[in-house]
Design a protein around this ligand. Structure first.
Ligand SMILES: [Zn+2]
Ligand SMILES: [Zn+2]
Ligand SMILES: [Zn+2]
Length: 373
């Protein structure tokens, strides 16, 4: 019993309350309400961008408070690499296969439960510091210089907002470097494409034209003015993916995610930002149109064995037949096809990371080897 309780939580969450799209929308409205209580500022004179910036900044605290983890449901997902159905509940929005460790899906509802992270003043300072150089690179069409700046910015961003990216970025330097490269290349391609920039100008204009009803922070964005913006972002995204595809950037995704999954992850960011400002009908329409709705099934208890992560020493739940598991604590890909090895110094059990024969023991820090020589 202990293991089931640990895996699926003690919550008995009734089905009508849990795992539904309505729940995400309710949560967004709750966020607005809390916002109203916490913010005493007179926003009637503020510009749209000020309002949006403030809204995003406050979301971190609010999502943290209102989040009610839906541990008894799992998004219906089939692995595109090995064909297995997702069985164990992921802790983050990044859904990794229980059997082969591939990134198989992105769970928008889960993403909405997580506190939204803002990179803060250190990042702002770096933006400020690199601003003149970025401007010069734009003016002189120096893509290499621009790319170098983007690498610095994204590297810092990944460091400061670990919850906004895959847990694999936490302790896998190669993964992290690939992720930063993928993001920096994407930003650079978009930046130097005239059509993309035309869309960006239109997005800016349409954002300024959004009509708000009510007084901030109980403001709601009018659907009439939101949908033209949404359509532009949709066209912009489609155009951008065309560019990224032909430049080979989509193949650089550090999880080798299929294109449809990469697109959904991009959409998710846009939708998370706008969700709290939309009415229930517009919210529903946006999530469905963006392909973020998903189907959820109730978790059935399953037999698992516990393995010990060679990266952090944390518990990993292993299904029979699993080969690779991504540790959601430290992000390391663990080879569970091979049996565990005991550390020669402290005797602690260790499952080794994929492709590694030596690790620093997560418990005693002595060097541990996969094989006895
Ligand atoms: Zn798989
Ligand atoms: Zn770990
Ligand atoms: Zn040890």
């Amino acid at each position: 019993m202990g293991i089931f309780k640990k895996l699926f939580g003690a919550r008995d969450g009734s089905e009508s309350q849990t795992g539904s799209l309505g729940d995400v929308i309710k949560q967004a409205q709750e966020m607005q309400k809390q916002f109203a209580q916490q913010t005493q500022t007179d926003w009637s004179q503020a510009t749209t961008s000020e309002v949006m910036a403030q809204a995003t900044a406050n979301m971190e605290a609010l999502t943290g408070e209102t989040a009610a983890p839906r541990t008894s449901f799992v998004k219906k997902t089939t692995c595109h690499t090995c064909g297995a159905a997702k069985t164990l509940a992921p802790k983050t929005a990044y859904v990794y296969c229980d059997f082969c460790g591939s990134l198989t899906d992105y769970d928008f509802q889960k993403a909405c439960e997580m506190p939204m992270q803002m990179p803060g003043p250190a990042y702002e300072a770096l933006i400020h510091e690199t601003n003149a150089d970025a401007q010069l690179a734009r003016q002189t069409s120096d893509q290499e210089a621009f790319l170098a700046i983007q690498r610095r910015l994204f590297d810092r961003w990944v460091e400061l907002c670990p919850n906004a990216v895959s847990p694999r970025a936490k302790s896998d330097p190669e993964y992290r470097q690939q992720l930063v490269e993928y993001m920096a290349q994407t930003a650079t391609i978009n930046e130097f494409d005239p059509t993309y920039q035309q869309y960006a100008a239109l997005v800016k204009q349409q954002t300024m034209q959004i009509q708000w009803t009510g007084t901030f922070p109980k403001m709601q964005c009018s659907g009439e003015t939101f949908w033209p913006l949404y359509q532009t972002v949709k066209d912009q995204l489609a155009h951008s993916y065309g560019l990224l595809r032909s430049a080979g950037i989509l193949d650089m995704h550090p999880d080798q995610a299929p294109e449809s999954l990469q697109q959904r992850m991009t959409w998710s960011m846009f939708c998370q930002g706008w969700l709290p400002t939309l009415g229930p009908e517009d919210s529903q329409r946006m999530i469905e149109d963006a392909g973020l709705k998903g189907e959820y099934t109730k978790l059935e208890p399953v037999e698992t064995t516990t393995r010990k992560c060679g990266g952090c020493g944390g518990d990993l739940q292993m299904l029979p037949g699993a080969k690779v598991i991504v540790c959601e604590g430290c992000g390391t890909r663990i080879d569970v096809a091979e049996p565990e090895v005991n550390c020669r110094n402290c005797a602690g059990a260790i499952s080794f990371p994929v492709g590694k024969n030596r690790v620093q023991c997560p418990y005693c820090k002595a060097e541990a080897q996969r094989m006895e020589w």
